[in-house]
Design a protein around this ligand. Structure first.
Ligand SMILES: O=P(O)(O)O[C@@H]1C[C@H](O)[C@@H](CO)O1
Length: 337
């Protein structure tokens, strides 16, 4: 799609003459003189094209498309982790929109991630659910992996429930336990892989957002209370999650190092989504399903595998549906529609 931005003809975010159009001091796009106020490719070719994947206008186009396709106006968004797509099946009056039909959306490539949006009702509350998320190891730039969260925000989502499958590093965790995430260690961020990298458009959020309170304390407390009410308090924990780039599972030495750092659950997602949610002012609740124990000794015969992850997720389907449904009910009570 072509449009005019600051005198440039831009096609799909590209000024064909000068490369990707970036936010410039004058607004979006190249201003064609490549001076100090111009952020066109000629001035910024040292930057990864990655981080300029989506402009505000792109996100507006995606959310506009969805708002026009659906009658739902959800304030709560849910991201289903590996094997957890069945969470979307609890919705009633469902409307499915495959990612491949949505402008600018990436497509899912991982087993256990269907690759569609599901709009519908849960506990009488409209919900937008991602049945399938995007991981860095699939080959997408990290900002692209997190792009749906910006779409959610523009659609009107104010609460995000992010779920994932994770390995349990904390020795007190068992397979099938739920870990309410209280904090994360952004290992990929240590190496500069951050969804907010690149020019910041203030319309999305601030250049330097605080993420020290990313996981809402009130929702965490509510989750623990809900766990008690459901009688699952012995298999419910609060813990620290980390996301690694994947796709390989971790080495014994890596896991030993992470243990020292106080990490409880190890996965390959969620952190980028939570950072973007925080940046956009979305309130976050996130949890991991412990699908396997992290193996921390060399004499263990077992190895981690995706089949085990999927199988555990399948086995816990019912309890997770109930847990999420009660969380939605709680969020509605405190202000989400
Ligand atoms: O999407 P999530 O984080 O739930 O998926 C986890 C991490 C890998 O994608 C996969 C490994 O089995 O499960």
């Amino acid at each position: 799609m072509s449009r005019k931005m600051n005198g440039c003809t831009v096609t799909n975010g590209y000024n064909l003459e000068n490369g990707p159009c970036l936010p410039s001091k004058n607004g979006f796009g190249c201003n064609n003189d490549h001076s100090a106020s111009c952020n066109c490719y000629k001035r910024t070719r040292y930057m990864d094209i990655d981080c300029q994947s989506y402009t505000y206008e792109d996100i507006r186009e995606t959310s506009g498309f969805l708002l026009q396709k659906t009658k739902y106006r959800p304030e709560i968004g849910i991201i289903c982790g590996s094997g957890l797509g069945s969470l979307a099946e609890s919705l009633t009056e469902k409307q499915y929109i495959p990612y491949k039909e949505v402008p600018h959306f990436p497509v899912s490539t991982v087993k256990g991630h269907v690759g569609q949006l599901v709009f519908g009702m849960l506990q009488g509350v409209p919900i937008m659910c991602m049945q399938g998320r995007f991981h860095y190891y699939e080959g997408y730039p990290i900002c692209k992996c997190a792009m749906p969260v910006r779409v959610m925000k523009m659609i009107g989502v104010n609460y995000l429930i992010a779920t994932n499958a994770a390995g349990g590093l904390n020795e007190s965790y068992n397979v099938g336990d739920i870990v309410v995430i209280k904090d994360h260690v952004n290992f990929m961020g240590f190496a500069g892989v951050n969804p907010l990298r690149g020019p910041n458009d203030e319309r999305f959020g601030p250049r330097f957002p605080a993420v020290s309170k990313a996981y809402n304390a009130e929702l965490r407390a509510a989750a623990l209370k809900i766990g008690k009410e459901m009688g699952i308090q012995n298999s419910l924990h609060e813990g620290v999650y980390t996301c690694l780039g994947g796709p390989n599972f971790e080495t014994i030495a890596e896991l030993a190092a992470m243990k020292v750092l106080g990490i409880d659950a190890v996965g390959m997602s969620t952190v980028h989504e939570v950072i973007v949610a925080c940046h956009s002012g979305i309130t976050v609740f996130a949890f991991s399903l412990i699908t396997n124990k992290c193996l921390t000794t060399y004499d263990d015969d077992d190895v981690a595998n995706h089949e085990e992850v999927m199988e555990t997720a399948k086995n816990k389907e019912d309890v997770l549906k109930e847990f999420v449904s009660r969380m939605v009910q709680h969020i509605q009570k405190i202000g989400g529609k």
